[in-house]
Every structure is written in C-alpha cells, then in structure tokens.
Write a protein of this length. Sequence first.
Lengths: 98, 488
Amino acid sequence: MSRLTIADVERIAALAHLELTGEEKQLFTGQLADILTYAEQLQQIDTTGVPATAHVHPDLRAERPDEPAPSLAPEDALANAPDADAEAGLFKVPRVIG
Amino acid sequence: MYEAVIGLEVHAHLLTRTKMFCGCSTAFGARPNTQVCPVCLGLPGALPVLNRQAVDCAIKASLALGCRVETESVFARKNYFYPDLPKGYQISQYERPLAVAGGLTLGDATHVRITRVHLEEDAGKSLHEGLADSAIKTGVDFNRSGVPLIEIVSEPDLRSAAQAAGFFSELRAILVWIGVNDGNMEEGSLRCDANVSVRPAGQSSLGTKTEVKNLNSFRHVEKALTYEIERQIEVVRGGGRVRQETRLWDGASGRTQPMRSKEDAQDYRYFPEPDLPPLVVDAARIEALGAALPELPAARRERFVAAHGLPPYDAGVLTQSAGLADYFERTAAAAGNAKAASNWIMGELLGMLNDRHATVETAPIAPDALGGLIALIDRGTISSAMAKDVFARMYDTGQSAAAIVEAEGLAQIGDADEVAALVDRVVAANTPVVAEYRDGKRQVFGFLVGQVMKASGGRVNPKLANERLRAVLDRDGDVAVTPGTAQR
C-alpha cells in the first residue's frame, strides 16, 4: 500500500520548481496517494506473458520526410515571451550563471 | 603507480536538413530564433513527429560502430529545468536505446566497447556574455533546440588521456566518413564529455569518477584529462577521496573546476514519451542501410597497406576523409604507381590545398591529371624537380601535365647523342676542373654535373647526364691532362 508522505510531496514539488502552501501539501498528498492506490489496483491484474508496452498505439509508425517547413516569424516567436530583446532576437531570462 | 579509467560520452549532430521533430532548418549561424516553431519552442499542444532521415543517420552510425540495432526502441522524457530547454524536458531514449553492444578497435589495438547509441534532441543555446544586460540577464536562442543528435556512450575501456583523444578522433573520422556528421567541433556539431577515475594499478574495482565537460577539441580532451587524472592521483595519494562531481574544463586556465552544483541531487524522472510511439525499425531497413555503408576508415587503411603496399603512416593520412581516400585510389590507378601517388598527394597536393584554403573535393587537379604527371616522371619525360613546377602550373591552369610540358618545351633531354653533346661541351669548357677531377679530386664531379644541368636549361635527364659524364671523365683520363693544370 502506498505510504506517500508530505516529505515526498515536498520533494516532487521542489523538482518541479513549485512552491506549495501547507494546505496544498496536505491536499496533494491525499490526491497523489489516491492515484497511487489506483495504480496498485491495476497492478493486481495478472499480466504474465503480456509484454510491457510504453504506448497504447504501438503500431503508429509515423516518420516524416526530412523536408523543411516554414518557421515562425521572429516577432511571433518572441510574442509570448515575458522578456525579450526584439532587436537581438533573443528570449531573456534572469542571468543563470554567475 | 596509478592507472586512469576513462569512458566517453560523445554527442554528434546528425546531418539532416530539418530538426528531429519539426520542419525547422538545422542550418548553423542563422539569426537567433529564426528557425523555431511551436514544436521546438515547446508551446502547449504542439506534437513531435520523428524525422526519418535522423533515424537513418543514427542507424548508420550504430552499424558503423558495430552495434546491434534494436527493432524497437522507446523515446523518454528527461526532466530538468534550464532556460535553454523550453519544454522542461528533453526527448531522449533511456531504458530502450536505439542500439547497443558495439565497439571500436583503436590503432594501438585497444578495443573500446560501445555501450549504446541513442537518439535525442539538442537544447537551445544560452548566451551569458556580450550583451548590454549580460550582468543581469541571459539571452536564449532556440535555433538549435530540437536538432537531432546521437549520444554514443563508451565503456570505461580507455586508460590514458592520449588514448581517449585518439578514440574521440577515430569516432569523428567514422561519423564524418559515413556522412552522418560534419565533424565541426567549433560549431558544436560534435561534443565530448568524459567520465574519469583513477585506481592503483592492478586493482580491478573502479575509483570514484568525475564527469569532465566542455571538451570540444582533441587537444582539449587530452589536456583536460591529463590535468584531471593528475589531480585525482594527488587527492588519492594525499589520503583524500575523490568527490563524485561534474567538472568543467577551462581551456584558458588549463584546469578543471567543479561545476556550481545545485544543492539538490539531479533526478531526471525519466518516463516513456507519451507523444511518440515506440520507434520500430524493421530488419530490411537496417540491412539496407548497412549495405549502403562505405568501406570504413580502418578497413580502408588496412587495404591501402595490403593492396597498395603503402606504409601505415601514408595509409593513415590518406584515410582522414573518404574524399581524400577516393582521390588517392583514382590517382594511383591513373599513375600506375601507388607510392608516388601517395607522396604527391601528401606532399604537394595537401600543401597546396592548405595554402589555398581549398579541399580535395574542389581541387583543380583531377586524380587522372595527377596520375598523368606521375606517369611522365616515371617515363623519364620530366624530372621530379621540374614536375613540381608543372604541378603548380596544373593547379593554376587546370591543364594536363602533358599539355604544359609540350607547350613549355620542358621535356627532358633523354636522347643519348644530345646528352653526349652537352657533356662534351661542358668538359671542353672546364678543362681546369676536369683536370682536378682526373687528379683525384673527385668532389668536383658534382660541379660538373651542375654545369651540364645548367647548359641544358635544367632539362637533361640527371641519370643519363651522370652516367655519360662519369664515362667521359674516366675514359679520357690519361690523354686530356695538360701539364700546367695538373700541378695546381
């Protein structure tokens, strides 16, 4: 049985760069535990002899030819950016090394 | 004594026109963010569709590295946060890579096992320096985001920095040779990270490793690993313990430095990519791609030695690229003299191409034409010295050697009577020197040969001139001495 703890939720939140309130941590601990419980129910099914699959449509073999398609106009590419330097054509983020 | 244990992870861009999962161009050097679309910007709802050419390139590379290509492999999401990774995950392959269990044998007969080759997409590029606001901001260009890569992972089978550099160099040669990578390390088309540890010689368990990043030339691989191996040996010798960490090579200071590590340990939380079905490649496709592979550099080197009788050094130089090797084989066939073809290509041709910043593919002298020049030397029509001038003229005019020799009247004087007449003229004009020779001062012979050469305008066949001069001097020795000169 799953024993998801608040510490687990804090760790997952940290990896996802999310800040949660104490209330949210409680809420998500319960919700995530429910999901795990559901997965445990699925695991009770006998799958002996059934190969593991990574996808529900394993027969889709879509590969495309190596043909260029139009890209976005630079102003459109940057349109949703919270911060950008339109002249240099760059997205801007707070300095990440220092 | 300590021994180093090294394994490499090499990332190679695949030579495709478009990105791995969208139709944006992969061309290097475009204005920032002009080769981007919702897929490679990671916009919500955009879906990836796999580039067939990228898969073909990856299969070719896998086969050339002796790997077993799996008929089914699975894409996975590698989750981490960095501004140049717009989706918050990189699409890679994790538990089920495209190919496994290959290997490569180096020139020193070391066999380096290749663990795996898998497909993944590149990230964008962060620009930390050179902008007005660089002190507080980082710029991000996503043109490179989604460019197809293979990651090649070796087993820790390398034992020295030089060997690691040699392995990287051989990998590059193969990838370029089979046309899946352009080999351009300056543009980041080929990148290398190394896992390094040291242990007392004879110990079989591995020491704690560090990962050294930013090794983007053969020289850097060798220097960085040399530094890192010495650093680790010093730590261990001093009774300390090597810390498992990622270190960055700084070419300017010649040191590796620990990367600023985040407090939390990396946890990529890989899981199968739900937006892409498993990659299924059937046996026929693998076989067809394998059949179309060119003869690989190592095999070609061996053949050049065995079939053409070249020294291993020559074979190594001539197999640096497929184009050069092809050029050599065609020249050797046209010349009927493989060693001479090798000498001319390694000496004059590569020197000239280097001077003119040209490549063998665009050389104005075709292999047949160079073969023709060599044949003229072998037939004695022109001397080797003269052939160098003819070569230069061929390079500049594109004319054949025969045409230049004909037009300039450069053909050697090889007619016995003509040579005899020249020798007689020189002997007659240099009686004092001739007398010295006959007096036993044999070193003046060279001077007389030079005079014959000069008299012929450099065109006399040197071998014939030598023989004739020697015969004349030695034959007439007793009669041609005049009293005055003999006493000098």
